[in-house]
Design a protein around this ligand. Structure first.
Ligand SMILES: [Cu+2]
Length: 141
């Protein structure tokens, strides 16, 4: 009779272990699924905005998803400097008010990438060509 009890105990333990294993696996799955606000989802995209020799961002307005990145690429022979903020009309002409999210610094060539981890509307401008109307907007949904 004692032997039967021991075997039964082992069977119960085995069943508990197998359930425990399933529980761990489920937790891992749901954990990675509900964590999209802090880590970019696996489908994150990098969008290209050209900074042209005609003092334009192309496209100048762009709607992306939370977690996506925008890559500003110098495509002409002119240098540019892309920074986040708002362009306002002042007494001495147009000027930019930076909001401190990003600034590429002066770029004669190459690219600058910024990842948008929160939703909202993000205006930006070229610090060197704001008088030529070189502004753009990223909308993150
Ligand atoms: Cu520029």
């Amino acid at each position: 009779m004692k032997k039967v009890v021991i075997v039964l105990n082992m069977v119960v333990l085995l069943i508990m272990f197998s359930f425990y294993g399933c529980g761990i696996a489920d937790q891992t799955n749901s954990g990675s699924g509900s964590d999209s606000s802090t880590t970019p989802p696996s489908g994150a995209t990098t969008h290209i905005v050209e900074m042209t020799g005609d003092y334009e961002f192309v496209p100048s307005s762009l709607t992306i998803k939370q977690g996506d990145s925008v890559k500003w690429v110098v495509t002409g022979i002119k240098a540019h400097e892309v920074g986040s903020g708002t362009a306002i009309e002042g007494p001495d002409g147009r000027k930019g008010v930076p909001d401190g999210l990003w600034n590429s610094g002066k770029m004669a060539s190459g690219s600058f990438t910024y990842t948008f981890n929160s939703t909202g509307t993000f205006p930006y401008y070229c610090n060197m060509h704001i008088d030529q109307g070189m502004t753009g907007t990223i909308t993150v949904k």
